[in-house]
Design a protein around this ligand. Structure first.
Ligand code: A3P
Length: 288
């Protein structure tokens, strides 16, 4: 398939050439946002797909039809990917967009357009594990090598999509500048309904008990794992080798404990402290 081995570099970050070109990246960086736009911003493997599903159900007032009939990449197009320009519903009253780009690239345009942003973060140890497994099925990402090799690159920020530390610090730094809502993967796990209510309040979107019930049902891991419009099984096997694993892999908190050696854990903790020691986070992840 096209450009599977190509890497694009943009704003110092490596990105898969299968999904991005310099033109598509420039399109994202200069995008004209509207105050009615809602943008999901994440580092990969942080709960992006989950948030796309939650917002789909929220905006449809609990009607599961869009979630069951339209692929998530059409419901919430990826701003920086090649297909976005053609996929964007220009006349839509409310556009839902998704991005993995760093804040320093998008923040000026978001500020200008007064769009709303939802930033989803996840314990970076679980992000690293999930991202490692994802490299095995995604043919547009490089061979990750051993978990140890991958983890070193993750901590150095040389993996595709760049440094997790830079990503979260960049978006956290926008708190006073953007209309932004921070949420963690772990909060979604702990209290999906409560988090959906807070999201609804942020978005000014009514949320009755029936919508909440439908959201709870359709956004569960089991429902999403079996929903072809959310689980990426529609992507051909030349691009995602489904024999190598599932996009909807485990969906749990703390899977890193089954992957990290004591040595890897202490290296990670040291680096985490160096990078995040002074940073105010919406939640503290259990790192021990
Ligand atoms: P795991 O690989 O740990 O299972 P993203 O959408 O940002 O790429 O994140 C993918 C991760 O979110 C995967 O993690 C996936 O299983 C998890 N995920 C997606 N939907 C979920 C849900 N409804 N509940 C729990 N985890 C979910």
């Amino acid at each position: 398939m096209e450009r599977l081995g190509v890497t694009e570099t943009f704003a110092g970050v490596s990105l898969p050439g299968h999904l991005h070109t310099q033109e598509s990246l420039a399109f994202a960086a200069t995008f004209t946002f509207r105050p009615t736009d809602v943008v999901i911003a994440t580092y990969p493997k942080s709960g992006t797909t989950w948030m796309q599903e939650i917002l789909t159900l929220l905006f449809s007032h609990g009607d599961a039809l869009p979630a069951k009939t339209i692929p998530n990449w059409e419901r919430a197009p990826w701003l920086e990917q090649i297909y976005c320009r053609a996929a964007l519903p220009d006349a839509a009253p409310r556009r839902l967009l998704t991005t993995h780009l760093p804040a320093r690239v998008l923040a000026p345009a978001l500020r200008q357009g007064k769009a709303k942003v939802i930033y989803v973060a996840r314990n970076p140890k679980d992000v690293a594990v999930s991202f490692y497994h994802f490299h095995h099925l995604a043919k547009f990402l490089p061979d990750p090598g051993s978990f140890d090799t991958f983890l070193t690159q993750f901590l150095e920020g040389t993996v595709h999509y760049g440094s997790w530390f830079d990503h979260i610090k960049g978006w956290l730094g926008q708190q006073q500048l953007l209309d932004i809502f921070y949420v963690t993967y772990e909060e979604l796990h702990q209290d999906l309904c409560g988090t959906a209510q807070r999201l609804a309040a942020f978005l000014g979107c009514p949320l009755g008990p029936e919508t909440l019930g439908a959201l709870e049902q359709h956004c569960s891991f089991a429902a999403m794992r079996d929903n072809t419009m959310a689980n990426y099984t529609l992507i051909p096997s030349e691009i995602m080798d489904h024999s190598q694993g599932r996009f909807m892999r485990k969906g749990v908190v703390g899977d890193w404990r089954d992957h990290f050696s004591p040595q890897q854990n202490s290296t990670f903790n040291r680096r985490y402290q160096e990078e995040m020691g002074d940073v105010e986070l919406p939640t503290r992840w259990p790192m021990a």
